[in-house]
Write a protein that binds this ligand. Structure first.
Ligand code: PDD
Length: 284
């Protein structure tokens, strides 16, 4: 498989990352996950805008950012993935500098960029039957709006979910439900969709934005207020969203079955609208 690393397209086994790369030493970098529908990068402008905002937030200057779209399509072509849908992973770190020092290196140090694309098994995707989640007290840092590659809490929580045969671990702060380890979280109460407002405790998900738009189209009130842990019993439905996850209805929380173990009406309507949108997607 061919990947893009710094200025080259290289066979994955040929890529050598320096142990002095700040991504390796400090987790000093950010990433994006994007996917295609009908071979078009879905919501590319929005992903690029978030990437640019994240670079500014952590003070990395990556000058070639506007060339990335072409690089991604070239990567897909070079791998002969053009007939598949793909997931694209893109990471930018602050680059390599020696010796290890916390403060930023000289401006002459270039960021490290890594991109790869992987075909998606579209038959396996979109689990409309529903998934299980566990709830976890949030133990991440206080800038979850930044898509950092520093994902140790997410890795730990997701592993715990998997060990409990759950799809996702969802963070709460002792009171409000925030988001999943790699997804945004939504509740449906009296036919209104609730989700945590955009602040430093959640990632501004691109799929979350789509949910907001679809709710508007379907005349479903979209309320940016969190679901409270103590009030989950007042909700009819829950679902999670993400680029690779799409929309997945939640039918079990902490082992407790919800809605008779079947996806709710609003989740199902949103999945249908999302499927329609992506089926007809041919670029921004
Ligand atoms: N995860 N919240 C968190 C913490 C995430 O990591 C993600 C994305 C989301 C959903 O964002 P979006 O709709 O823009 O994908 C919410 C990516 C897909 C990942 O970790 O692979």
């Amino acid at each position: 498989m061919i990947c893009y690393y710094n200025n080259s397209f290289l066979e994955k086994n040929e890529i050598k990352v320096s142990p002095f790369d700040r991504g390796f030493l400090f987790g000093d970098g950010i990433y994006e996950a994007i996917r295609t529908y009908n071979s078009n990068l879905f919501m590319y402008e929005e992903h690029l805008a978030r990437l640019k905002r994240n670079l500014i937030k952590i003070n990395i200057n990556y000058e070639k950012i506007d060339a990335l779209e072409g690089i991604i399509y070239e990567l897909i072509e070079r791998n002969n993935f053009s007939d598949n849908e793909v997931n694209v992973y893109l990471q930018i770190t602050r680059g390599e500098s020696f010796p290890r020092k916390h403060e930023f290196p000289a401006p002459s140090v270039s960021p490290t960029i890594f991109v790869y694309a992987l075909p998606i098994d579209t038959k396996k995707l979109q689990n409309d039957e529903g998934i299980s989640i566990i709830l976890k007290k949030d133990l991440r840092w206080k800038r979850c709006d930044i898509k950092t590659i520093n994902l140790l809490p997410a890795v730990m929580a997701k592993q715990e979910a998997v060990l409990q045969q759950a799809y996702e671990a969802v963070w709460h702060n002792g009171n409000a439900i925030l988001e999943g380890s790699h997804t945004n979280f939504f509740g449906v109460r009296e036919s209104r969709v609730y989700t945590h407002p955009l602040d430093n405790s959640v990632l501004p998900g691109i799929t979350r934005e789509i949910i907001k738009k679809l709710c508007k189209n379907l005349n479903i009130p979209f309320v940016e207020q969190p679901v409270l842990v103590a009030e989950t019993n007042l909700y009819e439905e829950f679902f999670i969203t993400g680029t690779t996850t799409e929309i997945k209805p939640v039918i079990k929380i902490e082992g407790e079955i919800l809605g008779g173990g079947k996806p709710g009406k609003i989740s199902t309507n949103l999945i249908e609208a999302f499927t329609e949108l992506t089926k007809n997607y041919y670029g921004n």
